[in-house]
Design a protein around this ligand. Sequence first.
Ligand SMILES: [Zn+2]
Length: 148
Amino acid sequence: MLKRKRCQNKECGCLFVPCPQVPHQKFCSRKECQQARKREWNKKKLASDPEYREARKDAQKKWKDKNPDYWKDYRSRHSEYTAKNREQQRIRNLDRRKKRLVPMIVKTVESIPTNNALSGTYKIVPIHADMIVKTDECIVEITAISTG
Ligand SMILES: [Zn+2]
C-alpha cells in the first residue's frame, strides 16, 4: 500500500501520495499548494541568505528599470485596485494621525537650494490633512524683490 502524507499547505491539508521522485514531498501537487511551497521556500531563503536577498533586490531593480511604466499602466488598467488602495491609505493616514506618528506621507522636493537666495525654481505641492499628495503639483518661479 502506498503511504499517504498530509499536505502542509494550511488551506489544503489533504492526504496525498508523494511522488516517488520526491522523497520528502510536503505539499500535494495542486497548483495552489505548489505555489504555497515556493512562497515558503522563498520566505526562508530571504530570511537566511543575504546574498540571495541582494541578488533578488538587484533583479527587481533591473526589471523595474526595464519596465518603468508598469505600475502606472497597471493602475490605469485597474481602477478598482487604485480606488481600494486610496481608501486603505486614507484609513492608514487617519490611524497615523490618531497615533500622532508621522502625520502623513508627502512627496518631497528633490532639491532645495542651500544658499539663502530666494530666487530660483521651486516645486510647490499642496498638502491636504488626510491624504498622500502626489498629483496636483505645479512648478512656480520665485524671485526675490527685496533682500531685506
Ligand atoms: Zn495541497
